[in-house]
Design a protein around this ligand. Structure first.
Ligand code: GLP
Length: 247
């Protein structure tokens, strides 16, 4: 894994957005995998800024979001669909028919997950997948214990993840217990992966991801087997890495 260490969240957001903007210019159509959570927000703001300045075009971009809570309708303010509309889609020239989301209100959730895999395949696979990381090393909603060949499926969220994500809800009880998520295998199929980590709460997970064993106990550690994965990490999230602690 290539590791880029940046000073802070602002630099991380600028660096991530410039990598994405550069990639989008190189291929048409371009299939972009998107993540939610606090971490990519700054990057999405930068992308909007670039779009408004006329430096970037999304008309040829096809998106697939990583995951969605089960039980929240798309217009629910805590759904990931709503997040994406607010933080990115409604500000740029993406064609709504090119936006793909797991429908967590589908009657048959297993069939919905299977269909998502098929659509990704049908458009030729994901060119660039953006990822955040959970405090317990999860990626998308692949919690510790997820296997390397897991595919898009229904998962149960860990208590730890529900607590971490409860900051976006008014109480812990409101955080759904289940979600739909791309699997580790689905993510590893992307041609290129960009993992973003910021802040001291991610330091343990980043150390385990980069320097620990490759293990289902730390789902993000599987990214080390990918041929083209870049981690952008700020000084706080990277603070436990040996490379930053020499001498
Ligand atoms: C959620 C999402 C992940 C995200 C993680 C970290 O659990 N499903 O995709 O990476 O939160 O979020 P944050 O960036 O807010 O720390």
């Amino acid at each position: 894994m290539k590791v880029i260490i940046v000073k802070d969240y602002e630099e991380l957001s600028r660096k991530a957005s410039s990598i994405i903007a550069d990639a989008l210019q190189r291929k048409k159509p371009f299939v972009l995998g998107l993540a939610t959570g606090g971490t990519p927000e700054g990057c999405y703001k930068e992308l909007i800024r670039m779009y408004q300045a006329g430096c970037i075009d999304f008309s040829h971009v096809i998106t697939f979001n990583l995951d969605e809570y089960v039980g929240l309708p798309p217009h629910h303010p805590n759904s990931y669909r709503y997040y994406m509309e607010e933080k990115l889609f409604r500000h740029i020239n993406i064609d709504p028919k090119n936006i793909h989301f797991l429908n967590s209100k589908a009657r048959d959730l297993e069939a919905e997950c299977q269909a998502y895999e098929e659509i990704i395949k049908a458009v030729g696979g994901i060119d660039l997948q953006i990822l955040g990381i959970g405090r317990n090393g999860h990626i998308a909603f692949n919690e510790p214990g997820s296997s390397i060949d897991s595919r898009t499926r229904v998962v149960t969220l860990s208590h730890e993840t529900r607590i971490a994500n409860s900051r976006f809800f008014s109480s812990l009880e409101e955080v759904p217990k289940k979600a739909l998520t791309m699997g580790i295998g689905t993510i590893l199929d992307a041609r290129r992966i960009l993992l973003l980590a910021s802040g001291p709460t991610k330091a343990e997970a980043i150390k385990a991801t980069i320097e620990g064993p490759i293990t289902p106990a730390v789902p993000a550690s599987f990214l080390r087997i990918h041929e083209d994965c870049t981690l952008i990490v700020d000084l706080d999230a990277g603070s436990l890495l040996s490379s930053l602690n020499k001498n």
